[in-house]
Design a protein around this ligand. Structure first.
Ligand SMILES: Cc1cc2nc3c(=O)[nH]c(=O)nc-3n(C[C@H](O)[C@H](O)[C@H](O)COP(=O)(O)O)c2cc1C
Length: 257
């Protein structure tokens, strides 16, 4: 039976920069997969894609820092740390950060707190490795409201790249029909709504969904998709000097759909 993977958008997360060091060179990347596992002896788990440079550093150094981003953190931080690799550039350059005595970089861009962790163990998960880290230090940040993954999607309208465990391919839903729940507004995308479908948000049955036809081409705005971060611009024509509000690249990185 085919699974509706969009239901996984209901799993909640925060947004973090996980960082480690390579000699004198600091590197880090965005993750959303972080979870506290134990309490009196605080241990955390993070999931790292094996292709990420930060993964190599954590595996080698067995120590990392985890900064909790806030709603005030500039989206440019997410763009720089989440869509580019430290193999190609120094990602901390241009951002406020300090360096601890042990050489670990601590991001200071409106973060709520930074955790310092020693790797206790790791589990291979095919494309990813889950690292378990014991908390050894905790630094207070300047911000108070952590950014949730949902805030990132809904307010910043950001996407996740392929290396993120929660990545979902764009299904090109523009041409698919949509069924809208008349109780809570939840949108099911697909040609046919299953008869026994139950709204995943408010629990009403299929009779509460009304069909919206696929967007007619005429009079509808075109979609331009950023090939770096997946951000979608909707409008008749993409302005020549357009800059992606999520990852900061110029109009040449947008393809029309
Ligand atoms: C919103 C978001 C969430 C992400 N979550 C994860 C994650 O949980 N684990 C992971 O390995 N990569 C995740 N990534 C992808 C990495 O941040 C990305 O591949 C980065 O370019 C790796 O940089 P590096 O090669 O310098 O380590 C995420 C990216 C974004 C934008």
């Amino acid at each position: 039976m085919a699974m509706d993977l969009t239901l996984l958008y209901h799993v909640s997360y925060g947004l973090y920069v996980v960082a480690a060091k390579d000699g004198d060179h600091a590197n880090g990347c965005i993750i959303n997969t972080c979870m506290q596992i134990t309490s009196e002896n605080p241990i955390f788990a993070i999931s790292m894609n094996k292709d990420n440079y930060t993964y190599d550093l954590i595996k080698k150094e067995k120590r990392f820092v985890l900064s909790i981003l806030s709603e005030q953190t500039d989206p440019a931080v997410i763009s720089a740390f989440g869509f580019f690799s430290g193999r190609d550039r120094n990602k901390f350059e241009g951002f406020r950060y300090s360096v601890r005595e042990d050489g670990l970089p601590v991001l200071e861009e409106n973060v709520c707190a930074t955790l310092v962790l020693d790797v206790l163990d790791m589990t291979d998960m095919e494309t990813h490795v889950v690292f378990y880290g014991r908390l050894t230090d905790l630094l207070e940040g300047t911000a108070k409201t952590p950014m949730t993954y949902s805030y990132y999607h809904k307010v910043i309208k950001g996407k996740a790249p392929k290396n993120a465990p929660t990545y979902q391919a764009d299904t090109g839903a523009k041409t698919a029909a949509r069924y809208i729940c008349d109780v809570c507004g939840y949108v099911y995308e697909g040609e046919t709504l299953p008869e026994d479908y139950v709204c995943p948000v408010c629990g009403v049955d299929a009779s509460h969904f009304h069909r919206e036809e696929p967007a007619a081409e005429e009079g509808k705005p075109s979609r331009y998709v950023c090939d770096i971060c997946g951000y979608v611009y909707e409008g008749e024509a993409l302005p020549e000097n357009y800059v992606c509000p999520v990852c900061g690249v110029d109009a040449s990185h947008f393809r029309s759909e």
